[in-house]
Design a protein around this ligand. Structure first.
Ligand SMILES: [Zn+2]
Length: 429
């Protein structure tokens, strides 16, 4: 905590003024009155008190002010500031009993209890703060006498909010197929992150108190190099430079019968149904994080196709990429939810067969393909490890296996980093 002589003086002055107020109150039982000159405001762990001075908060103090709610009632008749030694004479009872009004140019911009005040996050500017408190209990005078006090007190202050908007990418480099967490403070209005063809625009999740968060993902198919992300805010557009580092991916040559091809991915109706289903999963997401510290393997078996692999099918010179991992086992092997979340798809299409998609919040989703049958319905909340279906070979598949995919917004990311807890998806709560 910062200290300086002036502040120490102000605190001492406040204690004397407040002690005097307590003396006055003994003779003014239950009488409401306002005392503009005795200003006291509690600012997190700080007490700022001013006789005839105007209380003015610096930027940091304005932030601290918003921690009013962290006060807890102390002994009878006082509220004790957690790490201050002095018991300060202030209203009895819970801070929720304090009525707070904040005005700007005479207009009320906030009225509520102290615990609601912690949610107040106005535009930067100067405000008049008033707290009306019921006072009842024991106060200690400057001579050390204990007095019973009861009444109502009005505390006023001037608040200056000057909280800058900060958007922070938690790393300036990342591998192909991974995630950079993004956080924000002092955020007003929407913040949209984009990076050209790398990442479709997505909004940060905001809480109305200036905090923001989101997950910026990079596809496995992004070329290594340096890129620029664009951050659009109410205050204008900012840019962030970051580097994508190369990840090693394997190569596979696969032969698939014409019949399998044409009855699944080769059929335009199937592809249209698949594309529509997938697109629906990108469009919105839960702002809460439902997943914990690492994902559960969704099936036992052998990994037959790795994440990000280059696949050459039937001598086609252009490879496709494998967006997830394939795990092969016997038909009917249980398939488990890799993490908790809402089932947003539980349906069949001609490409991925019986398909489940789970929304885990913050833009993170998992995809489960080719199941023989499904055990969940769309809209259900499933806990991590819950059975969601059974392994099969429905859709574009050459034998029983699970295709498992993790996506963040519109990019597939490395599922192994989700299993071992190292993924950037765990970087925000
Ligand atoms: Zn696959």
């Amino acid at each position: 905590m910062r200290t300086n002589a002036r502040k120490t003086f102000l605190i001492l002055a406040a204690l004397i003024v407040l002690s005097a107020a307590a003396v006055l109150l003994t003779g003014q039982i239950a009488k409401s009155h306002a005392r503009e000159e005795a200003v006291s405001a509690l600012l997190g762990n700080d007490l700022l008190a001013v006789g005839n001075d105007t209380l003015s908060l610096t930027r940091a103090e304005a932030k601290a002010k918003r921690k009013w709610y962290s006060l807890s009632p102390g002994t009878a008749g006082t509220i004790r500031i957690s790490d201050m030694e002095q018991a300060v004479i202030l209203p009895a009872g819970d801070v929720s009993d304090i009525d707070i009004t904040v005005r700007s140019d005479g207009k009320t911009v906030f009225f509520g209890k102290a615990d609601q005040f912690s949610w107040f996050f106005p535009e930067n500017g100067t405000y008049r703060f008033e707290a009306v408190c019921s006072v009842e209990g024991t106060a200690v005078t400057s001579k050390g006498e204990e007095l019973n006090v009861k009444g109502t007190e009005l505390f006023t202050a001037e608040l200056i909010y000057d909280i800058p908007m900060q958007i922070t990418f938690l790393s300036d480099h990342t591998k192909q197929g991974s995630v950079i967490p993004v956080t924000g403070s002092g955020v007003r209005g929407d913040v949209i992150i984009s990076a050209g063809a790398l990442a479709a625009p997505f909004p940060l999740i905001t809480d109305g108190r200036g905090y923001a968060k989101g997950l910026f993902s990079v596809s496995y198919s992004t070329d290594p190099g340096t890129y620029t992300a664009t951050i659009e805010t109410e205050e204008g557009t900012r840019e962030f430079r970051f580097t994508v580092e190369e990840e090693q991916y394997t190569v596979q040559h696969l032969t698939i019968s014409e019949e399998t091809q044409s009855s699944t991915v080769g059929n335009s109706d199937n592809r249209a149904a698949y594309n529509a289903m997938m697109k629906s999963t990108y469009e919105s997401w839960y702002p809460e994080r439902f997943y914990d510290s690492c994902f559960t393997l969704p099936a036992g078996g052998t990994v037959t196709t790795e994440f990000g692999l280059f696949r050459y099918t039937n001598d086609n010179p252009v490879p496709s990429r494998h967006a997830g991992v394939d795990i092969a086992n016997e038909e009917g092997t249980p398939i488990l939810a890799a993490a908790s979340g809402y089932v947003i798809v539980a349906d069949f299409n001609g490409v991925t067969g019986n398909t489940v998609v789970i929304d885990h919040g913050l833009g993170v989703r998992t995809y489960y393909y080719h199941m023989s049958e499904l055990s969940v319905k769309q809209g259900e909340f499933v806990e991590e490890g819950r059975e969601i279906g059974h392994m099969g070979s429905t859709g574009y598949a050459t034998g029983p296996h699970l295709h498992f995919n993790v996506m963040v917004h519109d990019n597939s990311i490395d599922p192994w980093a989700a299993f071992d807890g190292t993924s950037g998806i765990f970087g925000i709560d």
